[in-house]
Design a protein around this ligand. Structure first.
Ligand code: ATP
Length: 304
């Protein structure tokens, strides 16, 4: 659905994108995660045809964004970071105006508009001026205009920025529902947003992709953590006698608990063998678990 190849963009002396390449397949829901200034909006504006890159190619649905911009824009639902809504217009009038701009066939407008309004939960707010709505509801209007023409690809720039916790939960639920029928790419700097919504994450730091992985791949690990309720001599040496064990690192004891981070050979499943060893040795076992990486640990590693 999206193919980006070696994208580069500078604003004067600021190099915002440094050779970014990725592909997104039909039906995926992908989070573009990065700190402020990483280049997320620059990628999104380039993908949606609102910004010319200095270099590189961007294809959407097999169309070249640079030369077939209007065709691409007609296939995309785009929620910019600050959606240009007209505060004096009612929700209904605004969406009717968007339907005209999107050249939705007049005989379909009513049906498509009600569907967009229903899926964004705006049915009871149709006659209210947009300027009188809360920020969360204005964001729903932004999403309604993005899905009105039934695009197969939704691109959302920081869709929950500035919302309160309740509104965030609502908008995330809405994005999840919209993702049932469309491919979704959204930018964010909020890690839990990626964890709760995405199959896949692209981490962008300083204009470069540092991680592009499925969340399930990130969690895979062959390492383990062992916690003992008290000091036992020779634990490291005994552990390293097991097959598939690499380095064993200990951290300073807390509250009389001793923690061992045990590195496993790729593909090893250490926990059952460690459990048996601990039982045989009579170690005061407190905790034994796979040492999974979280998105936070991965992000902190690449952002450091
Ligand atoms: P944020 O999360 O803060 O929105 P972002 O990841 O979306 O950040 P971009 O807005 O793409 O990042 O900006 C990338 C870099 O390009 C930043 O250093 C930013 O200051 C710079 N930049 C963006 N737009 C312009 C512009 N119009 N003129 C000059 N520099 C710009």
């Amino acid at each position: 659905m999206i193919e980006v190849e070696n994208l580069e963009k500078a604003y004067g002396r600021v190099q915002a994108l440094r050779g970014v390449s990725f592909q997104i397949g039909e039906g995926e829901i992908v989070g573009l995660l990065g700190p402020n200034g990483a280049g997320k909006t620059t990628i999104i504006k380039t993908l949606t045809g609102y910004l010319q890159p200095d270099n590189g190619q961007v294809m959407v649905d097999n169309l070249d964004v640079l030369t077939q911009t209007q065709d691409v824009q007609s296939r995309i639902g785009y929620l910019p970071e600050n959606a240009p809504l007209y505060p004096e217009l009612s929700v209904q009038t605004y969406l009717q105006m968007i339907a005209e701009l999107r050249q939705i066939p007049p005989e379909q407008v009513q049906e498509w508009l009600s569907e967009a309004v229903q899926s964004t939960g705006l049915t009871d707010h149709l006659t209210r001026p947009i300027g009188q709505l809360s920020k969360g509801f204005r964001q729903r209007v932004g999403l309604a205009q993005a899905i009105l023409h039934r695009p197969r690809l939704l691109i959302l720039d920081e869709p929950t920025v500035g919302l309160d916790p309740t509104q965030i939960v609502e908008i995330r639920g809405l994005i999840r529902r919209l993702a049932r029928n469309s491919t979704v790419l959204f930018s964010t700097h909020i890690l839990p947003e990626v964890e709760t919504l995405c199959d896949r994450v692209i981490i962008l730091i300083n204009g470069e992709i540092k991680v592009d992985a499925r969340l399930s791949e990130l969690a895979e690990t062959s390492d383990a953590v062992l916690v003992l309720d008290g000091e036992v001599r020779g634990v490291e040496a005994t552990l390293t006698e097991l097959d598939g064990i690499g380095r064993v690192e200990t951290t300073a004891p807390t509250n009389g608990r001793f923690t061992y981070h045990i590195q496993g050979a790729p593909g090893a499943d250490l926990c059952p063998a460690i459990y048996q060893l601990a039982s045989r040795q009579g170690w005061p076992l407190r905790e034994l678990r796979p040492d999974r990486q979280t998105l936070e640990t991965v992000f902190n590693e690449v952002a450091a």
